[in-house]
Design a binder for this molecule. Structure first.
Ligand SMILES: Cc1cc2nc3c(=O)[nH]c(=O)nc-3n(C[C@H](O)[C@H](O)[C@H](O)COP(=O)(O)OP(=O)(O)OC[C@H]3O[C@@H](n4cnc5c(N)ncnc54)[C@H](O)[C@@H]3O)c2cc1C
Length: 405
């Protein structure tokens, strides 16, 4: 903590500095929840991301908020949030849930449903990410399959954790078995907030490209609604039913039963303009993760397990701890799976963070000074190179199909 002279000449500690660079705060809420004086709240910045703010008059200068920060600790020294008994290298599986309906309702191969079905059957509690009535993401607690089902599907925006960490602690204290799912920074934040690894906590984290801005999503959705002159009634960040697992098209459903399919938000996401700044220095873009089990889309499946994918979704499952291994074995009857090679499963977010776009600052200035249609045209279209690559792939597929016949 920094020291500051007080007016009367004696030294008085200043309030802790939680971050000076937005790249060092992932917004996990651990500092807020740990503060014994309730002096911290979360405020949105102009990009719509939540950051902790300390009320100087309430702060008791204990410094706990700084010490509980997993993100900075893991930036300084890798893997401080991983369990001590983790495997040196994860066990790797390609997984499909045996029930096709489950798979179609899930983002990839449905491993999350298999794990949580088992957890619910044993009387446990689940925490995960859902959408609210405005299609913004937040974390909630579930004790039923119906509530858990709302957690299925990837919401490509940062979720608001609210006071979830406190709820998890209360559940753990009362002896409930808790399964917490979220991004790796959320799982790391929770583990550090709990100051240990309670036996009744099981964590599932997702391999994460980065979390997009809720403000960008809100403006995008408004733009789509205004173009239609209709209210959205549901959204699918990645419409797997109509476009297959490998493609990435977002679909918005309107009040008159119509639908818009678009790739604008996806292109803003993959162009990285709308990612949280901390994603550019994320210590969890790595093989080792803080979850007992880490889940992802199995990109590279055709090399890792040829013939296993039917384009309806395959999960990549990284089992990181003995507890993860025991759980995976328990649910394996619900799954078709193959053990695979880590070296063939190394998608970019398992290797390093993406670089921050050089024009990110300009994007955000234009975000507030230009209509969304301008942003969609300038930043939200696929580059010529990507279009060319897609066309080449589809021609190759057609030729291969003809040769087979
Ligand atoms: C922001 C984001 C980035 C992603 N980036 C990648 C990537 O780079 N590579 C890759 O292979 N896969 C990525 N995924 C997809 C992720 O791997 C899948 O959610 C995972 O494979 C789950 O598959 P499932 O079939 O078990 O699905 P589902 O049943 O669909 O699983 C849903 C799970 O995702 C969680 N979840 C959904 N949205 C969020 C959110 N906004 N914040 C926190 N948790 C959320 C839910 O709590 C639940 O645990 C990303 C997902 C998100 C939300």
């Amino acid at each position: 903590m920094m020291m500051k002279e007080s007016g009367a000449g004696q030294k008085k500690e200043s309030v802790p500095v939680l971050y000076t660079d937005r790249r060092t705060c992932c917004g996990c809420t651990a500092c807020l929840e740990a503060c014994p004086a309730g002096a911290i709240s979360m405020k949105r910045d102009r990009e719509g991301f939540l950051y902790p703010v300390i009320r100087e008059d309430s702060c008791i200068r204990c410094g706990l908020c700084e010490r509980v920060c997993a993100f900075k600790a893991d930036q300084r020294e890798k893997h401080t949030s991983c369990k001590a008994d983790r495997f040196e290298e994860p066990l790797v599986y390609a997984v499909r849930h045996r029930d096709l309906d489950v798979r179609m309702a899930s983002r990839s191969g449905g491993i999350f449903t298999a794990l949580t079905d088992e957890w619910l059957a044993a009387g446990g509690v689940i925490y995960g990410c859902v959408l609210d009535e405005h299609f913004q993401a937040y974390h909630m607690r579930a004790e039923s399959a119906a509530d858990r089902d709302r957690m299925r599907g990837s919401k490509y925006i940062q979720s608001d954790l609210g006071d979830i960490f406190r709820n998890v602690r209360e559940d753990l204290k009362s002896g409930r078995e808790v399964l917490f799912s979220g991004t790796s920074c959320q799982v790391a934040g929770l583990r550090r907030f709990l100051n240990g690894n309670p036996e009744n906590l099981f964590c599932v984290d997702i391999v994460c490209h980065g979390v997009p801005s809720p403000a960008a999503w809100k403006k995008y959705l408004q733009w789509q609604e205004e173009k239609r002159g209709l209210k959205a009634v549901s959204v699918d960040f990645r419409n797997k039913r109509d476009f297959g697992w490998k493609d990435h098209v977002e679909s918005i459903y309107f009040s008159d039963g119509s639908r818009t399919d678009s790739t604008v938000f996806k292109n803003l996401f993959y162009g990285h303009w709308i990612l949280r700044p901390s994603c550019f220095s994320c210590p969890y873009k790595d093989v080792m993760h803080p979850g007992d089990i880490t889940i992802a889309d199995y990109w590279g499946i055709d090399k890792a397990a040829p013939g296993f994918s039917d384009n309806k979704g395959v999960s990549l499952v990284l089992v990181n701890t003995p507890e993860g291994d025991a759980m995976f074995r328990k649910v394996s009857d619900a799954l078709d799976f193959r053990e695979t090679d880590l070296a063939l499963s190394m998608q970019p977010p398992l290797q390093a963070p993406f670089p921050e776009p050089a024009d990110r600052y300009r994007f955000w200035n234009e975000f507030y000074s230009k209509p969304f249609g301008y942003l969609a045209r300038k930043y939200g279209t696929e580059s010529a190179a990507v279009r060319l690559k897609k066309k080449y792939r589809s021609i190759r597929k057609k030729i291969a199909g003809r040769l087979k016949r």
